[in-house]
Design a binder for this molecule. Structure first.
Ligand SMILES: NC(=O)N[C@@H](CC(=O)O)C(=O)O
Ligand SMILES: [Zn+2]
Ligand SMILES: [Zn+2]
Length: 433
């Protein structure tokens, strides 16, 4: 099977400019990239004028299966990924049961393979049942295919357990991916401890609930030398701590979500669970620090923290609804329109944080558009403008604060391992729960 993508616009690594290229895919691989390719046997797809990128990589996704299939399944979550231009997603362990056993890892990999929409890289739990007490059998989890360990969904409260986890993970070459949250500071809060919380008399979650864990973990990791990665970084203090650790040469990395880059607590119009996520949307100053951190390399990558919940759950309101928002299907158009077109980030910077960088950080052989690589390709229309419409989502989750936001940069074609996994012509409005 051969596919020839004709007349695409590809980013030139050196200049950051777009140049016209043809791309020939043979089987699962990129066989050739050149100014002009002809091939009689290939199915030709003319992508004239469209932006062609390496498939996006999202290192932080909640696929919800097993256990929460009403929120999302591996099939719907990876289809949503394909629609968003993603070809690789790492899935977090807070399923039921959690990803703390070899059987669950194998089951996820088998279901992902069967669905065929994207490569799924499971992240194993740090502690058994994510209870924060006893370490999982990381060696067995690694052999089964996990690419990192995390207790995402909750912070590891015990410093002793975290230290042991880092030692173990480091000995196995596994990164520790940390959800940073000190329960004694965060419990009971539903939004950032700032302007919005004050105005509505809601219990706040202070920035230090996150940054205390970031500081603690950087100290713990210092001698161990483990690759320590901060999940969904949200506070200015945390960015500062990561920057300092990097400057000292420590292997500390961080990710930021589209919602923390684009919104702050003052943007929340009224108590509405669509704006409820963990960590919460912070202050204007924090948001500015995140953009700065992304630009200067302190924050390495963008990850969506795609966290689907049911409509009925989100309807419980700000205080009772579960934390989390979806992100896979809107990440690129939102960031392209509201950070690149506004001049805060270049297209090359944005793409790098969603392709080459995450691959580099986690040692994955993907994320670059090059001959001999897996044919993971995203084709994007940088011109067509449309509002975010949750009714069109392929995810089961409809929980986004960005409904109605006008965006350019919609993925029109996604190819994963040489197979078309998303084709915009498919768009149908679906809504079911
Ligand atoms: N981010 C969230 O608000 N929610 C995530 C958990 C998490 O990422 O910590 C979820 O699983 O729903
Ligand atoms: Zn988390
Ligand atoms: Zn998460």
């Amino acid at each position: 099977m051969k596919i020839l993508l004709k007349n695409g616009q590809v980013l030139d690594e050196q200049t950051g400019k777009l140049i016209k290229k043809d791309i020939l895919i043979v089987g699962e691989m990129i066989a050739k990239i050149a100014a002009e390719i002809e091939d009689e046997e290939a199915e030709v797809i003319d992508v004239d004028g469209k932006f062609v990128s390496a498939g996006f990589i999202d290192m932080h996704v909640h696929l919800r299966e097993p256990g929460f299939e009403k929120k999302e399944t591996i099939e719907t979550g990876t289809y949503a990924a394909a629609r968003g231009g993603f070809t690789t997603v790492a899935c977090m362990p807070n399923t039921r049961p959690p990803i703390d056993s070899v059987e669950i890892v194998q089951d996820i990999l088998a279901k992902a393979e069967e669905a065929g929409y994207a490569r799924v890289l499971p992240i194993g739990a740090i502690t058994i049942r994510q209870l924060g007490q006893e370490l999982t059998d990381m060696e067995a989890l690694k052999a089964a295919g996990v690419i990192a360990v995390s207790d995402d969904g909750v912070g590891v409260q015990s410093s002793k357990v975290m230290k042991e986890a880092m030692r173990k993970a480091h000995s196995l070459g596994l990164p520790v991916v940390a959800h940073c949250e000190d329960d004694t500071l965060a419990k009971g809060g539903c939004v950032h401890d700032g302007e919005f919380a004050k105005r509505y008399g809601l219990q706040g979650i202070p920035s230090e609930a996150e940054s205390i864990h970031v500081a603690r973990d950087i100290l713990l990791a210092e001698d161990i030398g483990v690759h320590y990665h901060v999940c969904h970084i949200s506070a200015e203090q945390s960015v500062r701590l990561v920057r300092e650790a990097k400057a000292r040469g420590q292997k500390v990395t961080a990710e930021v979500t589209p919602h923390h880059l684009l919104l702050c607590d003052e943007d929340i119009p009224e108590p509405d669970a669509m704006y409820k996520m963990n960590p919460p949307l912070r202050s204007k100053k924090d948001r500015a620090a995140l953009i700065q951190g992304l630009k200067d390399g302190t924050i390495d990558i963008i990850a969506t923290d795609h966290a689907p919940h049911m409509v009925s759950e989100k309807a419980q309101g700000m205080e009772l609804a579960p934390f989390g928002v979806v992100g896979l299907e809107t990440a690129f158009p939102l960031l392209y329109t509201h950070l690149v077109l506004t001049g805060e980030l270049t297209l090359a910077e944005l793409v790098e944080k969603m392709t080459r960088k995450p691959a580099e950080l986690f040692g994955l052989p993907y994320g670059v558009l090059a001959e001999g690589k897996s044919a993971d390709i995203t084709v994007i229309d940088l011109e067509e403008e449309r509002p975010v419409d949750p009714n069109t989502f392929k995810s089961k989750g409809r929980n986004t604060p960005f409904s109605g936001w006008q965006c350019k940069g919609w993925p029109v074609l996604t190819i994963y391992r040489g197979n078309i996994t998303w084709d915009q012509a498919d768009i149908v409005v679906t809504f079911e729960e």
